[in-house]
Write a protein that binds this ligand. Structure first.
Ligand code: BG6
Length: 510
């Protein structure tokens, strides 16, 4: 069978989009398989996909790394990772079947380990029926991308053929500014054409993030109000309660804006603010996101419209935690921000004049990611003062995590003899509405990459545009010295509150 002949399950009606999509004959090579991401997310996701019956019968997983591991030692490692991180229950039959397709190739990124890898994949194509279809997951820091891509090209593993495919899956950080992102894209695209490159932004794999599209475009009630006529401002929050212990190597010198705003939060903004795509085909969706990102700019002056903070020691719930500068591996004089907020504008007819406030931080009050569209006040309210005292602004809140769902907030009459109005919430909760459990983001994205479905993967253009939005803010911060301190367990630096007060707004306390 060839890749151009599409693999089909004879029991499945291809026109029925409700049926699960199953990957065709293929395998995956993971570079950096002994790293944190592979252990916690990738290996469990592969097991969960197998358990859900979404991988092909001969699916083959090849680990590549410096350890001198036998196939059995690799399998024991994968088993440990799956036991610790898999979402679905352990099934001995599934495990037996899946683990028959494990291989480990010993090598580093600059030696003849790649020749061995090429030989192994050719052998596996014959013995496992992978058909030459391989996804290469680069779960390694970007400084290794160039070497790996060139080695793959050298040993003939990079090129897709008429009857087989080769894809590369890469993880952020995609550079540290627009220029370095362009350079990185050039390096990768010199070996793998853009259509074979899958950049992971795991937020796009989350069900609640995909639900933004359903909420907006499958319904009639929201879209007529989804614009500057009705919306006063938008708040996008990604708050975490965890600190950075153990992640100094990656995070010191990177900071919250590069780690999260450049990718996850700008993707959320793009999905919330974009126009309706003509379809959900990758090009159509990406074209709309690109238009929004092109229209998005930081609001000036940046000393008033942005905020940057670093956590100090404090109480995180009932636990006393150290500040960033005391975390293991961090420079005690580190100026790396663990909190970042900015005000953006989307220069379009739909959004002109509506501030988009983005914030993210570590060691904040609690873990929550949400998008709140806050409405303007009603133009006139025929109530006595005092009757509507506690009344805020209406809001639609997309609760990305935890407690996934959507809240609508509006004023309602308090029972009694007077006309007192108070804010109430109307809630949709995934956990109550559906019996199905949401798959992990990595399950969805790995499956999509195997299926060549690229809608949920940002393109090189999106990545570069996102940097172009953030770069002026990062440059401004680089000139203005250390971030402001905030105590662990609070909601960030005072400057972040001031950023909104000046517009008569206030952060939601989620
Ligand atoms: C990653 C960031 O992309 O997302 C981390 O690098 C962050 O710093 C993580 O902790 C959060 O992901 P999630 O899915 O737990 O919200």
């Amino acid at each position: 069978m060839t890749a151009s002949q599409t693999w089909t399950n004879p029991l499945r009606d291809p026109a029925d989009k409700r049926l699960p999509r199953i990957a065709g004959p293929s395998g995956m090579v993971i570079f950096g398989v002994t790293g944190d991401l592979a252990y916690k997310k990738l290996l469990p996701a592969i097991y969960d996909l197998a358990n859900r019956g979404l991988l092909p019968a001969g699916f083959t997983l090849v680990g590549y790394g410096r350890r001198d591991w036998s196939k059995e030692e690799f399998a024991a490692y994968v088993e440990k990772a799956c036991a610790a991180g898999a979402r679905t229950d352990f099934d001995a039959n599934v495990w037996k079947h899946l683990s028959q397709g494990f291989e480990f190739v010993n090598g580093s990124f600059d030696d003849d380990g790649f020749d061995q890898l090429a030989k192994t994949l050719t052998k596996l194509d014959e013995s496992r029926g992978t058909g030459g279809n391989w996804a290469y997951y680069l779960s390694v820091p970007p400084e290794y991308f160039s070497e790996i891509c060139h080695q793959m090209q050298r040993v003939g593993l990079a090129e897709s053929k008429e009857d087989s495919w080769r894809r590369v899956i890469i993880e952020k950080p995609f550079g540290h500014d627009q220029k370095s992102a362009q350079e990185l894209n050039e390096i990768v695209n010199a070996v793998f054409p853009e259509s074979s490159v899958f950049r992971i932004d795991h937020y796009l794999g989350k069900e609640t993030v995909q639900n933004i599209l359903a909420l907006r475009f499958a319904n009639q009630i929201f879209e007529p109000m989804w614009n500057a006529h009705y919306i006063d401002h938008v708040q996008i929050t990604m708050a975490e309660d965890i600190g950075l212990g153990g992640r100094a190597g990656y995070y010191d010198g990177i900071g919250a804006a590069r780690d999260v705003i450049q990718n996850h939060l700008l993707q959320l903004l793009a999905l919330v603010a974009m126009e309706e795509p003509s379809s959900f085909e990758p090009q159509a969706l990406q074209a709309e996101k690109i238009k929004v990102l092109q229209a998005t700019k930081p609001v000036h002056p940046l000393n008033k419209t942005t905020a940057r903070g670093q956590y100090t020691a404090g109480w995180q719930g009932s636990e006393y935690v150290v500040g960033l500068r005391e975390e293991e591996g961090f420079d005690p004089d580190s100026d790396t921000e663990t909190y970042a907020a900015c005000t953006l504008e989307v220069n379009s007819r739909r959004w002109g004049g509506v501030p988009f406030y983005l914030r993210t931080g570590k060691r904040l009050g609690r873990r929550v990611t949400e998008i709140a569209l806050v409405f303007k006040h009603a133009p006139y309210q025929p109530f006595d003062t005092g009757q509507t005292e506690a009344l805020g602004q209406n809001a639609v809140v997309i609760r990305v995590q935890p407690d996934e769902g959507v809240t609508m907030r509006f004023g309602s009459k308090v029972p009694g003899t007077t006309m007192e109005v108070r804010d109430v919430n109307m809630d949709f909760a995934y956990a109550e509405a559906f019996t199905e459990e949401s798959p992990e983001a990595y399950e969805r994205l790995i499956l999509d990459a195997l299926l060549d479905e690229s809608s949920l993967f940002p393109t090189n253009e999106e990545v570069e545009l996102s940097w172009s939005i953030l770069d002026p803010i990062l440059e401004f911060w680089a000139e203005t010295g250390a971030p402001q301190e905030y105590v662990s367990g609070t909601w960030g630096p005072a400057s972040a509150d001031k950023m909104l007060y000046r517009n008569g707004h206030e952060w939601r306390r989620p």
